[in-house]
Design a protein around this ligand. Structure first.
Ligand code: SF4
Ligand SMILES: [Zn+2]
Length: 117
């Protein structure tokens, strides 16, 4: 169950603001734009992926206390795919280079025919 970060009132997931203390919960009054808010003294930017990779150009960086684009480094790392094994890499390469593989197959077949005859 969601609760208000300021007054701990119970919230509906689609609430635009807290019904008790009126804290804005969504940006621009739109239910589809989440408004991320810092917890404690640390600004959001300290744990944001866009600060870490230096791609953010928001004026509130690096001291943002609320932000619509915040993306947690930790969450991004948890979603990152594990590295591919050598067999998977070879499989992807073969699938992406079917033309080259086909030509090499024809070349090999031609060599076998020439050597046998
Ligand atoms: S996207 Fe927001 S939280 Fe992230 S670095 Fe930029 S201003 Fe900070
Ligand atoms: Zn509240």
């Amino acid at each position: 169950m969601l609760s208000c970060p300021r007054c701990q009132a119970t919230l509906e997931p689609t609430a635009l603001q807290c019904p008790r203390c009126s804290l804005p919960l969504k940006a621009h009054g739109h239910p589809g734009i989440p408004l991320h808010r810092t917890e404690g003294d640390e600004p959001l930017c300290a744990t944001c992926l866009y600060d870490a990779d230096d791609t953010c150009n928001f004026p509130q960086r690096p001291h943002a206390e609320t932000c619509t684009l915040y993306r947690s480094i930790k969450a991004a790392e948890e979603l990152a795919m594990p590295p591919l094994s050598l067999g998977e890499q070879i499989g992807f390469w073969l699938r992406n280079h079917r033309g080259v593989v086909g030509l090499l197959g024809l070349l090999l077949l031609s060599l076998v025919v020439v050597l046998v005859s």
